[in-house]
Design a protein around this ligand. Structure first.
Ligand code: PLP
Length: 502
């Protein structure tokens, strides 16, 4: 098989194999029905681990280019032109028209969770949204009416790609309250901070580039970096945040494009990186000249204790790109997030953003500007802090009351989530389905890791559901958990093994 590998390239080997097969299939060199070499044989021929070849074949299958059948091996599927020649009436095969890498990292689990959140009988503890009944909808309406009167058509016109100037100025005032000094030319308004993650990927990542993330981390960030074919390296965290000793070892060997971190009320773990670690992280970034992307959606949602300065506010050398959003305190639907970064970075991000959406929604930016400028944000923040602190306490009490032994969690000082480690005997593949049947959903932990963590975690949200629903949701989850532990111990006994201690 003619597959030349470039072992010095930054493109991972499995991708090189994938690309070569794709080329041969699309060019017709491997026609419909052609047999791919068995994985083990190809791995031997190329001097590789079998799992590398397996990954390439798995992607080819996802892209709909090949199929694997027991006893027949892996064969090439028909391309759309071949399908068309079969019959005039054949339906268009979209999967051959889609760009192949757009199927990358589309996890059915996350789609299922979103579908679950639509079900009225399921208490959604899988989401990361503010409480719907606390959103100041009347105020929003009033502000929009006032703005329409004041600004006329400007409210509904195009606005600069960088964002409405007044909002950029107001966000510099908010940044100052967070200890960050910047001017409007160092800000970029984003369609949610999620767009910042996508822009960072487009601007920085070439296929095979290394990106460093915390483990666990925000699953949507992992999806985004994966979609851009980053090679992800996870750095474990402890109660003080990212393990900088391990990071130092990695930076000795690899030169990543950036380090992605959520130092304050981390999603999913809820932890806060200590000041010492923050300083160590910055020193490492300076020494190895690696930018840091600091994702900071939850810093204002602190329910107890003193705040710790953001990396951006501690940064003396302009290496930190700071992302934040209005989605957690105010209206996620308005899609207003922002980036604070050196001007050169803002200019490049702006260029790329221009071809994505030209600019963010203009009225949404004006509404957020007014809410910040006129003090409504602060008033609302005080209100939701009290409400969320109360829901958090209810969740902690409910967990304390009835969690099975081996179920570990810590009460977060802020943010939206409890991060829980499950007893080893829980059958994790069943738990989500059993919980959904019992009327509650959660986010399983595995999408938050680069590689399978080996043990089972879950993330529970306490901001979205009301007080009573939080209590009921935890009760339903723990019931499903107890059930799952019991089932496991019975099957272990039946298999003659030692029953786990529950
Ligand atoms: C850590 C983190 N970053 C980014 C986002 C995306 O927020 P936005 O709605 O601003 O896109 C979220 C939302 O859950 C988040 O938790």
């Amino acid at each position: 098989m003619d597959i030349q590998l470039d072992r010095t390239s930054r493109i991972p080997i499995y991708l090189q194999i994938l690309n070569r097969f794709r080329e041969m299939i699309i060019s017709g060199a491997m026609p419909e029905g052609a047999l791919l070499p068995p994985e083990r044989q190809l791995a031997q021929e190329l001097g590789l681990n079998r799992s590398t070849v397996l990954s390439a074949y798995r992607e080819l299958k996802k892209e709909g280019l090949v199929e694997a059948r027991v006893g027949r091996g892996t064969t090439v599927l028909p391309l759309p032109s071949q399908e068309r020649s079969d019959t005039e009436n054949a339906t268009l095969s979209w999967r051959h028209i889609f760009r192949t890498d757009t199927a990358r990292s589309q996890s059915p689990l996350l789609r299922d969770l979103l579908a679950l959140s639509e079900r009225k009988d399921v208490i959604p503890m899988s989401l990361g949204l503010p409480a719907p009944e606390l959103l100041p909808v009347d105020l929003f309406q009033q502000i929009q009416t006032d703005l329409a009167r004041e600004l006329g058509p400007t409210l509904l016109q195009h606005s600069p790609t960088e964002g409405v100037t007044e909002l950029r100025e107001t966000l510099c005032d908010l940044a100052a309250e967070r200890g960050i000094s910047c001017d409007p030319t160092e800000t970029l308004i984003l369609s949610g901070s999620q767009q910042g993650l996508d822009l960072a990927s487009r601007v920085f990542i070439e296929p095979g580039d290394t990106v460093i993330v915390e483990e666990p981390t925000f699953f949507a960030a992992l999806q985004t970096f994966n979609a851009h074919q980053a090679r992800l390296i996870g750095v474990p965290c402890d109660q003080d945040g990212m393990r900088t000793d391990l990071l130092a070892e990695i930076l000795e060997r690899r030169h990543p494009k950036f380090i992605y971190t959520l130092p304050t009320f981390q999603n999913p773990s809820g932890s806060v990186m200590s000041l010492t670690r923050r300083k160590e992280l910055l020193q490492l970034a300076y020494r190895y000249q690696v930018p840091i992307i600091e994702d900071d959606p939850y810093c204002d949602l602190r329910y107890e204790g003193d705040s710790v300065p953001s990396l951006k506010s501690l940064d003396q050398r302009g290496l930190v790109l700071y992302l934040s959003t209005m989605s957690k305190v105010l209206f996620p639907g308005l899609r207003v997030g922002w980036l604070l970064a050196p001007r050169e970075v803002i200019r490049r991000f702006t260029l790329v953003k221009q071809s994505m959406d030209l600019h963010c929604n203009t009225p949404g930016q004006w509404v957020i500007n007014t809410m910040l400028r006129d003090g409504h944000y602060q008033t609302h923040l005080n209100k939701v802090r009290r409400a969320y602190a109360c829901r958090r306490d209810i969740m902690a009490d409910a967990l304390r009351k009835d969690a099975p032994s081996g179920f570990e969690w810590t009460k977060p000082k802020g943010g939206f989530y409890f991060w829980c480690r499950l007893p080893d005997e829980v059958e994790r593949s069943q738990l989500l389905a059993e919980s959904a049947a019992a009327g509650v959903s959660f986010l399983p932990g595995w999408p938050c890791f680069v590689d399978d963590p080996g043990c089972t975690y879950l993330r529970l949200n306490f901001s979205f559901a009301g007080k009573r629903a939080v209590e009921t949701g935890v009760a339903r989850l723990l019931e499903a958990l107890h059930h799952s532990c019991r089932k496991q111990s019975i099957s272990a006994r039946e298999a003659g093994g030692t029953p786990p201690i529950v």
